[in-house]
Design a binder for this molecule. Structure first.
Ligand code: MF3
Ligand code: CO
Length: 262
């Protein structure tokens, strides 16, 4: 194992800071969910998030993020509608009844990060769209359940894939979950697929962002001209859920869950 691949183990004090930033992340994401209605633009949702960050004196790890020569990300949320998988850039698009909206939001405070995403219905949606949303959230739940001391890294993705595919959907390969802490993206990569029983053993104090992206049709995605927005290759619906989760003595602890959230 290369030094750069080492997975951080958080001290008790660090974990308390991760709890705080996780709670802020969850609270603001809940506000965004409540603000998303037919007629709302995704830029307005970005403004809501920006206002909350300023009011609470928190920073956005999304704004200006640009690894590997990508153009700096221009917003504090990702808003991905229908066939958009992840990294949709907020803009003048109005949400319409029947849409599904994936909201992805992160916070940095005091050198620590939180990251969470949810897919929500806009007004009444089709039964098929609701099934996709439910299966994606259930696959996240199953992945989180594997975050127990002594399990192996690949047990997480294997559990996610099993649940999503059992519901008849496909799991995106091109984007993965990640370690999170002092950086928004830290080792390890946490794929949402694969065989169980592989990779490092999970230890108390590790914190991962688990984030299944699940498609109705093909798992294949392509990235639009803006170099950020990922869409399904076949134009079918996609859903995304994410939580920042710690491995504790008492099992998995979801740091970004607040009352009323997913
Ligand atoms: N939550 C996403 C991730 O973990 C979004 C980050 S992309 C950004 O990769 F550009 F918006 F920061
Ligand atoms: Co993430």
């Amino acid at each position: 194992m290369k030094y750069a691949d080492r997975i951080a183990v958080r001290s008790r004090i660090e974990m308390d800071r991760m709890r705080e930033v996780g709670e802020q992340t969850g609270e603001i994401l809940l506000k965004l969910r409540e603000a998303a209605k037919p007629g709302t633009t995704t830029a307005e949702l970005n403004d809501v998030a920006d206002g909350e960050l300023k009011r609470r004196r928190l920073n956005s790890p999304f704004l200006g993020y640009g690894p590997g020569g990508l153009p700096p990300y221009p917003a504090v949320i990702c808003a991905s509608v229908n066939d958009e998988v992840v990294h949709g850039i907020p803009g003048s698009r109005e949400l319409r009844e029947g849409d599904i909206l994936s909201l992805d939001f992160g916070v940095e405070a005091g050198g620590f990060h939180g990251d969470s995403a949810v897919t929500i219905p806009i007004g009444p949606i089709s039964e098929a769209a609701q099934r996709l949303i439910d299966a994606t959230e259930d696959s996240l739940t199953d992945g989180i359940e594997q975050m127990v001391k002594g399990r192996r890294l690949s047990d997480i993705g294997a559990a996610v894939q099993k649940k999503a595919e059992a519901a008849g959907f496909s799991v995106v390969r091109q984007f993965v979950g990640h370690g999170i802490g002092r950086q928004m993206h830290e080792p390890p990569q946490v794929p949402n697929y694969g065989r169980p029983g592989r990779g490092q053993r999970l230890q108390i104090g590790m914190v991962f962002a688990i984030e299944p992206m699940v498609n109705v049709g093909t798992e294949k995605v392509r990235v639009l001209e803006d170099e950020w927005t990922a869409v399904t290759s076949d134009g079918e619906l996609s859903a995304h859920f994410e939580h920042t989760v710690a491995i504790t003595e008492d099992g998995p602890e979801v740091l970004t869950r607040v009352p009323g959230s997913h």
